[in-house]
Write a protein that binds this ligand. Structure first.
Ligand code: TXA
Ligand code: MG
Length: 346
């Protein structure tokens, strides 16, 4: 298939891509979190093309994107949660997805047969304009081949998807670099299934500490036989080709450990602060400063992809903080590690 590249500033091109969405075609577009691979959520056969292009497991539901928060009630039962209005008012448009009971119009292909749907209103200007022109709800997972890190810039999208989709909108580099926060509003409380740009602390400030739960799947592996609340949680996402393990400990012990592993030919994903203490080596990549969670969010997937370009077999990585946006970085990195952590100093 020939893939047409449209620049984000090309208004006529955006309108054309929007009309193609209405015609049942797939379009990749930038958002503030990561690039998405979109199709009309009410058109089951268009949705199937998303699963084919990504090689995505059939039981993993998609997120549906709309231009304005007020549109959500057309597609989902917003009145079923007392927290919906508050969350929408504070955090939309922005990097959050709410799971609500779905309405008929959303195809069961988009929700992988579930009777709930994830709804998101992106704040990215290009995404907003595309959705506005499309006039259909747009289901869009991250635009990577299933199992690879989500794409945070056009080059990643091109690498994974050129020839597999008819249209890609090139919006350069995204802002946040990690996927949206996913919260389930199906129960009495607000349950965080995937941490992202809207942090637990932010949700607590709006909904109250007693009403916000972070699902245990965010911190660790599901136990044998445990059913995930979000089907995506059971897959080893964001996995680089090499085996990756997180390392916890004092600066001194972690740096000594990294040096040993570098001598053995392994690679290291460290903080900026570590670099002065490690040998100059192309196998040393930094994901930002230890306290700079925004930089880490924006760099993590890029660095994981960069390791894929090399032939390293093992990577050792600093273990991120669980505070604020750090929790989203922690969750993605630990999932890439299949939750394997080495604790030094124990
Ligand atoms: O930032 C984002 O959310 C990006 C951009 C493109 O908007 N999209 C994205 O989609 O990350 P995807 O498909 O890669 O991740 C969606 C996650 C999956 O883990 C899926 O299992 C979960 O949301 N999900 C979607 N609908 C759900 C539902 N009805 N119930 C539970 N989990 C759901
Ligand atoms: Mg994804």
């Amino acid at each position: 298939m020939e893939t047409k590249i449209i620049k984000a500033y090309d208004e006529a091109g955006l309108k054309y891509a929007a009309s193609m969405l209405r015609e049942g075609k797939t379009v990749i577009f930038p958002t503030e979190t990561v690039y998405g691979l979109g199709a009309d959520a009410s058109n089951g056969s268009a949705i199937k093309d998303i699963f084919t292009a990504k090689g995505r497991p059939q039981d993993n539901p998609l997120i549906v994107h709309i231009p304005f928060p007020d549109d959500i009630e057309k597609y989902a039962h917003t009145e079923s949660s007392i927290f919906f209005k508050r969350i929408a008012k504070e955090f939309m448009p922005g990097p959050i997805t709410v799971i609500l009971p779905k309405k008929e119009i959303i195809s069961s292909e988009a929700t992988a047969g579930l009777d709930s749907v994830g709804m998101r209103c992106p704040s990215h200007e290009t995404a907003h304009r595309l959705l506005l022109y499309a006039k259909v709800p747009v289901a869009a997972p991250s635009a990577n081949i299933s199992g690879r890190p989500s794409p945070t810039e056009f080059a990643h999208v091109f690498e994974d998807m050129n020839g597999k989709v008819p249209f890609i909108i090139d919006g350069g580099k995204v802002d946040i670099g990690l996927e949206s926060t996913v919260v389930s509003l199906l129960g009495e409380k607000v349950r965080i299934l995937r941490p992202g740009g809207v942090t637990p602390e932010m949700l607590i400030s709006v909904c109250g500490e007693e009403n916000v739960i972070t699902d245990e799947g965010v911190f660790g592996k599901l136990k044998e036989g445990q059913k995930p609340l979000s089907p995506g949680m059971k897959y080893r996402h964001y996995a680089p080709a090499a085996k990756i393990t997180a390392v916890k400990g004092s600066d001194g012990s972690v740096r000594a450990f990294f040096k040993e592993k570098l001598d053995l030919g392994c690679a290291v994903l460290c903080w900026n602060e570590d670099k002065a203490f490690l040998p100059q080596n192309p196998k040393v990549l930094s994901m930002g400063s230890e306290e700079d969670f925004e930089a880490q969010a924006s760099l993590l997937f890029e660095k994981l992809r960069a390791f894929d370009e090399t032939n390293v077999k093992e990577i050792y990585a600093r273990c991120p903080s669980r505070e604020g946006l750090g929790l989203a970085v922690y969750n993605r990195l630990l999932r890439a590690c299949a939750f394997e952590v080495i604790e030094l100093d124990k």
